[in-house]
Design a binder for this molecule. Structure first.
Ligand code: BJW
Ligand code: ZN
Length: 271
């Protein structure tokens, strides 16, 4: 069994080097080995006992901008302190390999932590945007923001334990727009909000013309990202999936399922 797993990996490695077009689609599992908790599955984190769908929505921000900012402040600081792991590095190296060989390559991630870019990936489509983008709720201007902390009132806040101080921070002390002083929000894609249509369709088109789609560290529970691989499969792409847990498959028609931590499996599979 062990030997045949190795043989499958070698076979996948060879097929990838002979491909013309490859899409890599990643989710939270790719950052798990950097110490960033996932949303679902055995590596899931929790924040004050809430589920992600309770807080990652416009209604939660309307109800309590302080609470939602505490959560995103916590995740910004955690991501800034984290380092890319061997899976991020293997993907960045694979992009360079593809560039040299004339293989068309695209990386689309659901992650908002920017660890792919920090590992050296240069063309990254951030389907759910980024922890380091903010948008003004008054004038709609979007800016990049790496301040740590993002505002003084959030310093030391955001502790994930249910016993943490959750006294609301007054709105005028939350992150504000430099232009119009309106309230800023994290510019990530919350439930019920559309993904960037142009970016999504460019990923879908690319996927549907790919020889291979590599699905890495995602539970495939969130749409429309969860449709990309099964759609590509119907258009003729082969799927290779990398997950700790075999029950997370994106499609029942995966050519290669590689179980295990992707920081160990990806470096073996990717040329
Ligand atoms: C490892 C590992 C290791 C661990 N190695 N593996 C169709 C059907 C039903 C519902 C819908 C539908 N279409 C739309 C919806 C509604 C909704 C939705 O999908 N709901 C589902 C819950 C059913 N979708 C939306 O609302 C989307 N918007 C939309 O559709 O808009 C339509 C619209 C059009 C026009 C006008 C208005 C609206 C938006 C979805 C946005 C999701 N955003 C979040 C949070 C925001 C950013 C943030 O705070 O982070 O994005 S949700 C959260 O889940 C986050 C993630 O990107 C996303 C996906 O999670 P991911 O990456 O798969 O992580 P996990 O934790 O689920 O899985 C980790 C996996 O890794 C596990 O499998 C582990 O086993 C594995 N793993 N360690 C390898 N070391
Ligand atoms: Zn503004």
């Amino acid at each position: 069994q062990k030997q045949s797993d190795e043989q499958r990996l070698t076979e996948l490695h060879d097929k990838l080097s002979q491909s013309k077009r490859v899409l890599v689609l990643t989710g939270a599992g790719v950052s798990a080995e950097s110490g960033i908790p996932t949303f679902r599955g055995s590596t899931a984190g929790s924040w004050r006992g809430f589920t992600i769908s309770e807080l990652a929505c416009p209604e939660a921000f309307q109800r309590s901008p302080s609470q939602v900012w505490e959560l995103y402040h916590y995740r910004r600081e955690k991501s800034l302190a984290a380092k890319p792991n061997l899976a991020h590095v293997a993907i960045a190296k694979f992009e360079q390999f593809c560039l040299k060989r004339g293989i068309d390559f695209m990386l689309a991630t659901q992650n908002i932590d920017r660890l792919h870019q920090r590992a050296g990936s240069s063309r990254v489509i951030e389907l759910h945007r980024s922890l380091f983008l903010v948008r003004c709720t008054a004038c709609d201007s979007v800016t990049e923001n790496y301040d740590s902390p993002i505002c003084e009132a959030l310093r030391g806040r955001g502790d994930p334990s249910p016993q943490a101080d959750s006294t609301p921070i007054p709105e005028d002390q939350l992150p504000r727009c430099a232009g119009c002083s309106g309230l800023l929000r994290p510019y990530v894609v919350w439930f019920g909000e559309p993904l960037n249509e142009g970016e999504l369709s460019s990923v879908q088109e690319f996927a549907n013309m790919s020889d291979f789609v590599l699905v890495v560290g995602t539970s495939n529970a969130v749409y429309p990202a969860a449709m990309i691989a099964p759609d590509a499969r119907r258009s003729g792409a082969q799927l290779a999936e990398f997950n700790l847990d075999a029950s997370c498959s994106s499609s029942n028609d995966v050519s290669y399922f590689v179980a295990g931590p992707c920081g160990s499996t990806l470096p073996k599979a990717l040329p």
